[in-house]
Structure formats: C-alpha cells, structure tokens
Design a protein around this ligand. Sequence first.
Ligand code: CP
Length: 306
Amino acid sequence: MSNLISLTDLTPTDLADLVSRAVRFGRVGVREKTLTDRSVGIYFSKSSTRTRTAFWAAATRLGAHVITYGTDDLQLTTGETLEDTGRVLGEYLDALVIRTNGDVEEMRRIGTASRLAVVNALSSDEHPTQAIADLAALTEEFGSLDRRHLLVVGEGNSSSCALALAAALTPGLRVTLLCPAGYEVPKDILGAVDLLGEGRARVEQITNPSLVQGPVDAVYTSRWQTMGVPKEDPEWLTAFEAFRVDDNFLGKVAAPHTVFLHDLPAVRGQEVTDTVLDGARSRAWRQAHHKMTAAMAVLEWCVTMP
Ligand code: CP
C-alpha cells in the first residue's frame, strides 16, 4: 500500500507514471479489473461534485466495492481520534479517499497507524489528485509536458499549490502563478517546490498580469472563492478584477494553440466568462473527465503497489 497524501511524497517517476496511466485510461478505458474484491472507503466532509463521484466511478470500474461516508457518519464527530479511525478502517478497507477541512498533516495521522492507503481528495493546503488530472489533460493535448508553459491565474489555492508542486516533479514544465497581491501561493509551498525540484523547478509567482511572458501553452483558473469559503476583506473582489480570464485576457497571453483549463466548479462571469469556458480553447470538460482517469490511476497505484 502507498499513500497519496501530498505530491511531496512522490518521485518524478511516480508522478509521470500516474499521469501516463491516467492518459491511457482516458484513451483505452479499463482493460483489466485490477481492484476486484478490494474495498475502498470515500469520506467527504465537504461538498464535491466531481472528485467524490470520480473516485466512486473509478473504484467500481476497476472492480472494487465502495462505501461512502458523509460529514456525520464516522465517530470522528464524537471524539474518536484520527489515528484510531484509520487503524480500525484499515481492518476492513484497502484505501480511504478523504476530503476534509484539515491539512496534509491531519491526513497523515489517519494513515499513521493504519494498513490502508490514504488518498487526499482535497485538503486545506493541497489537491494532489486534481493536479494529476490536470497534467493528464495537458499531456493528452500536447503529447508531452516538455517545454510547455502553464499560466495559473487566481488565488494561490489548493489546486495552484498542487500544480506548483507537480511542476517541481516534472522537468521541462514551466508554471507561472499569477495571483492577486495578498492571495498568493504560500511561502512554505514555494519552499517545498524548491526542495522537490532541487533548485531547478521552473515555477515563478507574479502579481502583475502585464508581467506574464507569453504566449503560454495553457491558461488555468479556479474559483475565486475556493470551496465557497468567504474572504475576510469585504473589498476582496476589487483585487481580483484584473485576473478574470476573458477573451481580452486570453488575447494578451495566448497563441493559436493555447488551451484553457478550469478545475471547476466555475462561477461564470467571475473568474471566467462563458465565451472562454465554452469556447474552442476550453478543455475544462475533458479535464473533468480526467478526474476519473486520475482516480483510477491513483487507486490502482495506492492499492496494488508492492
Ligand atoms: N475540482 C474539484 O475538486 O471539484 P469538486 O469540488 O466538485 O470535487
């Protein structure tokens, strides 16, 4: 069993294998039910349209049995510890896919005393399986990530953090994080990027849209109110106005081949316009498909790794 709690736990080869497996699932579908008679738990205490369903579909297509838990279903709500919960569930399950308000370290506590594989399906600080889906969509589009430049626009949220870490593990992929001042990717993540990439990661953060060195190969954005969490500053929207991905924005950074990605859900008219999200450059819907192929790759890797 292997956990997938943070991308910092992976080697460049691990990540490349997961992405290429996800791309393959997208191309040929499931050829072998590699998780037959395995049991997968899915525990989400936060809302989800894509990730929870993608993991359920992935596990069942690979032959596993699935049990899902909502916010109040586990005795965690009555005080049982994370360690005890993981230890007990490990007696029944092969993997537990988790989305909570906690951080990566909290997820590690569930895996500590447990025999099950823990998969981070979104923590407060990272969204690793989203990054695998994103890289699968880009690989499918361009054939390779080598010498590709991805512009990530908006708040330095868990998806942006995961993409920065994924870039550190992917030699040849350049990522520019374009965030409003005050809403950047946290310094500890950028430190982890440096460590992971051994100083060679091509990840930079800027706060001025006019400083983007285009044309870029892909433009990526996310909801400005990540997971609907309100921001403290009542004037926060003002800081984000110049970061809306519309036709004008794309006109300044895009080449003819440039594609648009969005991790979804979108707030149409806020971080992205209808013309971009539904336009010819948009790969957001195929990217959403890769949430499931990435989930297949991750579950297979976590459960069947020797
Ligand atoms: N992108 C993403 O994680 O979507 P959900 O919140 O719907 O799972």
